[in-house]
Design a binder for this molecule. Structure first.
Ligand code: PXL
Length: 276
C-alpha cells in the first residue's frame, strides 16, 4: 500500500506522552508518514509538574503549515491550539490542502492541570473547526463545552451532546466517556447523524493514561489515512489506545504515561461495538 501522509497541528509535550510526540509515535505505529506543525511548547516543572504553556508566534506557525502543506498531507489532525487565530489557521490549512479528512481533538485542558485554556477557544472551535471535521473526539468535559451543556454524566446525557455536536457540523462524533460513565465497562459513544454505537472495553486501571486522548485521535487520523471508514478508524483506534493505557507506565511521582506502541508490541485488546 502506498505510504500515506499525516499532519498534526498541535502542541509539543516535552515529557513525550501527549501532543505531537504522541501523534508522531502513533502515526509511525500505523506506518503513515508523520509531520508536525507546533503551536505551543508545554514544559513541566520537575518539582510540581505544573504545566508551562509557551505559544509559538503566529508567523512561525504559518511557516510550518506552509511547509507541511507543500508535502500534501492526506489527513490533518489538530490538538492543543492556543488562540482563536491559530484555530482559524487550522481551518485555512485544511481548506487549502488536498487532505481528505480533518480530525479534531478539541483539547481544552491539560490532564493533571486544572487551568482551562482560554474559554473563548470553545466558540472558535465550534465556528471554524466543527463544520469541517470528519471526526471530533471530545472527552466528557469537552463534549459538554462544545454542546453548550453541563458535563454529561450518563449515557443519555452523552448521546444528547453527540447530537448537538453533530448538528454543529462534525460528520462523526466520538465522545470518550471511558471509566467515568457508570457501569463496569469503559464506554465511548459514536454518532454519525444516523446511528449511535457504544464502543466498550473492560474498565482497566487507567492511572497511567497521560497522552491517551492525543494517541486515540492520532490513531483515528492514521486509520483514515490508511483508507478505513470513520467508524472502523474509531474502532481500531479504541483498541490501539486501550492497549496503550493498559500497558502505561509510571514516569515519575506526578504522572504515568501510555505506552504508545503496546498494540503492536505487547497485546491487542478487543473492543466491543453495540448499536444503541
Ligand atoms: O493531553 C492534552 C495535551 C495535549 N497537548 C499537549 C499537552 C497535553 C497535556 O499535557 O501537553 C501539548
Amino acid at each position: 500500500m502506498a505510504l500515506k501522509k499525516t499532519l498534526t497541528i498541535a502542541g509539543s509535550d516535552i515529557s513525550g506522552g501527549a501532543g505531537i510526540a504522541a501523534d508522531l509515535k502513533t502515526f509511525q505505529e500505523h506506518e503513515t508518514y508523520g509531520m508536525s506543525a507546533i503551536t505551543t511548547i508545554v514544559a513541566m516543572d520537575p518539582e510540581t509538574w505544573s504545566h508551562d504553556v509557551n505559544p509559538i508566534p503566529l508567523e512561525v506557525i504559518d511557516k510550518q503549515i506552509e511547509t507541511a502543506l507543500s508535502i500534501s498531507p492526506d489527513v490533518i489532525k489538530t490538538g492543543m491550539l492556543p488562540s482563536e487565530e491559530v484555530i482559524e489557521r487550522c481551518k485555512d490549512a485544511y481548506l487549502n490542502s488536498k487532505a481528505e479528512h480533518f480530525v479534531i481533538d478539541p483539547v481544552m485542558v491539560c490532564k493533571g492541570d486544572d487551568e482551562v485554556l482560554n474559554p473563548g477557544l470553545v466558540d472558535a472551535m465550534i465556528e471554524h473547526l466543527l463544520p469541517h471535521a470528519t471526526v471530533v473526539t471530545p472527552n466528557l468535559f469537552e463534549a459538554g463545552q462544545l454542546a453548550g451543556h453541563k458535563t454529561p454524566k450518563t449515557l443519555e446525557g452523552v448521546k444528547k451532546c453527540a447530537e448537538v455536536i453533530h448538528e454543529k457540523g462534525a460528520a462523526n462524533v466520538i465522545i470518550k466517556g471511558g471509566s467515568e460513565i457508570e457501569g463496569d465497562k469503559a464506554v465511548d459513544v459514536y454518532y454519525d447523524g444516523e446511528e449511535f454505537h457504544m464502543l466498550t472495553s473492560s474498565k482497566i486501571d487507567a492511572s497511567y493514561n497521560h497522552g491517551a486522548g492525543c494517541t486515540f485521535a492520532a490513531a483515528i487520523t492514521a486509520n483514515l489515512a490508511n483508507g478505513k471508514s470513520p467508524l472502523e478508524a474509531i474502532q481500531n483506534a479504541k483498541s490501539f489506545v486501550t492497549s496503550a493505557i493498559k500497558n502505561g507506565w509510571k514516569m515519575n511521582a506526578h504522572v504515568g504515561v501510555v505506552r504508545h506502541g503496546a498494540f503492536n508490541t505487547v497485546e491487542k485488546i478487543d473492543v466491543a461495538d453495540e448499536q444503541i
